[in-house]
Design a protein around this ligand. Sequence first.
Ligand code: GAL
Length: 971
Amino acid sequence: MSLRALDVTDVHYVESLSPGGGRALLPPRAWYAASDAARLSLNGRWRFRLAAAADADDDAFAAPGYDTGGWDEVRVPGHWVLQGDGAFGGPIYTNHLYPFPVDPPRVPTENPTGDHLRVFDLPGDWPPAGDGEAVLRFDGVESCARVWLNGEELGHFKGSRLAHEFAVGPLLRARGNVLAVRVHQWSAGSYLEDQDQWWLPGIFRDVTLLHRPEGCVADFFVHAGYDHRTGEGTLRVDSEVPGRVMVAELGIDIATGDAVSLPVEPWTAETPRLYDGVLATAGERVPLRIGFRTVAVEDGLLRVNGRPLLFRGVNRHEFHPTNGRALDLETMRRDVVLMKRHHINAVRTSHYPPHPAFLDLCDELGLWVVDECDLETHGFVEQEWRDNPVDDDRWTPALLDRATRMVERDKNHPSVVVWSLGNECGTGRGLTAMAAAIRARDTSRPLHYEGDPDCRDTDLYSRMYASHAEVERIGRRLDGGTLKRRQLPFILCEYAHAMGNGPGGLADYQRLFDTYERCQGGFVWEWIDHALAHPAYGYAYGGDFGEELHDGNFVCDGLVFADRTPSPGLIEYKKAIEPVRIEGDAIEGTARITNRYDFADLRGLAFTWSYEVDGEPVATGTLAVPALDPGEWVEVKLPEPPAGAAGTAETRWTIRAVLADGTAWGPPGHVMAWAQLPVSGARLTSPATGARPVRSGALITLGPAVFDARSGALRSVGEVAVAGPRLDVWRAPTDNDNGASWQPDPRYGPLWRELGLHRMQHRLDAVELLDDALVVRTRVAPAAREVGFATAYRWTSDGTRLRLTVSVVPEGDWKVPLPRLGIRLGLPGAASGDGGPVPVRWFGGGPGEAYPDTATASAIGLWHSDVDALQTPYVRPQENGARADVRWAEVGGLRVEGEPPFWFTARRWTTEQLDAAGHLTDLAPGDTVWLNLDHRQQGIGSQSCGPGPLPQYQLHADEAEFTFTFAQLPR
Ligand code: GAL
């Protein structure tokens, strides 16, 4: 083939609407990880030169012999802005705003352009020239690339997260091949890639040279359906180059294009049964991993193999805290394994096709995939969608190119069950054209696009961030809409915004999905925080790289932290979607076990019980549970409670389902579901009365406690110095408290601050010395407002323990719920000795963080930790770390018992310091451990993008009374 060099200074392709060109650019085809044809990875260190504009440097560098001596180096795959310690510019984070003037398809003159150069030899065993051809494959380059090999131009392309191949013809040499790639950060393609994420230019996925032997495999399409009525699978592989298809395990050996039907085990995300096969043409053998399954929308439900499924999904962006969107295989596998361990069964590849190897992992380990096209034009919303590329025919070829590249690349994955046209593009004819093109090529998968409220082009009704109430209306088919829409299944392609602390309300959504068959689940937004490692901040978010336009920490909204540690949100989600429901009646001594899988039976699970007395397991055993089919339940008898165990103690059964044997993603014993069945309730603390308060000079003593006689403030309990305690209603607002500006619901964080809840004043009204009590009366209220709380602290003692009853009566017209209601006290950090860990023990909910609407994963038990480990490291510091349903806690030399059970947080900084911090590195531990003992907490919700906390989780300013009993711990 003869290749033509383009004009030296010609950069017209950057702003052209064309998706790509050049004579060597090949049409898209199926992607496969391996075959017996030779291949050479060109990943590694590349020479690199950065220019400030697209045409700043000429293309002389592409010619063999060019001296790159003065150039830098970058890692490929990688993003240059994340390499070179800032010398190559920096990342930019915007949610939907284009970081350049909107004047499509023009882009700024300042267009960072990275020239990449790699010189390579062919390996010794590479087939000799004349034996076949070769193809150069780029799996992902952001946003526009122009490619030369040995001085000859191959072409150029856009479509950052899609594969592009070039025929390299006779250009290859045995030694000293010069591959030159010019990458422009901005191009016309950038208008189509306005996803909410960092803008990260570079060659960020693999570059591979593929030998294409004579008679090699070209494109092929594996059709592997499953008929649930007959139990038969039907296999047909259409191949551009004819050949044979072999599946040894099934005894299949057929010609391409022929179909065969025979009994098989179907593929599902829960039972990812793959059959190894081979596609053999005259010149190449390509391994196939075949999963038989049939996807259909029938009777208003999305079904696989005849059964409706429930997405317990997440939106997954590709992200790594140092490598950006350049993910290695191990990181991809880690994502899938983590998801499987937390019962996540589905991924929406928001908002672009992932690295294709990720889909191989989804096939292998079992995840339903909504594969989304690399398309978002959200920034046009700023101009009422004027000039939106998806509604402008001139852009349609680029849109079709993207749709086609996705479908052709990914069509052979059983895990891909839905195609998605893209995200947040408004509406337009271009989307309709994409839908038509996809349907023309693949009739076996339904189409998704959330921005199509009438479902003109789609097969699923999809919403993002719909409230529980709306989901319920949809479930009951009362939501209206077009006739077509009303007949379609419903999914939440995004819900439960996991930004910072939260999301709240997951279990409530799950109840709706379990109740209404039309509601087939959803995808939590999102899987991972996109926080970038940063030398000063630890982890950085928008604005930390000096961007002039940015959206702050809106980019940190994942169920796992950037280092892939599960956040409490993931633990809560795991509980909400666990595949076995365990209920029961401890009095009757029975447990009811329900299989909540859509396809799998319970054969792989073992069931255990433990009987706990005041949180301590005193006996354990196993429960025999049959291998229930999906949806089936059984009632099993619990053993007799261990003799003599009860007495006055609090007792409960904890029943667990665990993996009996290891699976590909989880070890034996991995907890798959659990429940606690209380037997006898919480013991009441004894009253702690009898001692007399005695005044001597400036002090009052009462049992072990010393108070300031003038202010009534507690000074110490035994030898433990105490600051406070005082009524506290403030918490450092969470991202969900702060809410999103576009949300119609009240945004409590700003309202709380406006009201002054962060600067309450405490007026002393009386210090009353009674016969058996010290009563301190106060009014707690913010400056400039009439609202407040009449607050009385009533102290009593039995001589060794000190009991406090707090009575709170709201005054004035409280119009907003409160952040929290409880007391705050300071304990000396000296209790921690040398500044080392401050141990904490408690009996109550744990081991992790919980708030009223994030508490289903909180298990009652005896827990221990230390103050620092109680903190949840949300990237932007905010309220965190509460433990729920606490009966007693021991920290800083004190034991606190509560009635009723309480919430506690303990930290080595104040709430005010937490509130003021922008990054975790702003938080410096002080000498005091600040302990909040809360009677109630406000729920969390997910208002940073979705609805706020449900009414039942709101903390209204009502009259309240609660009690704590303090005692010094033995030293
Ligand atoms: C959605 C959008 C996502 C993300 C999310 C907020 O509207 O589709 O990409 O921006 O909001 O985090």
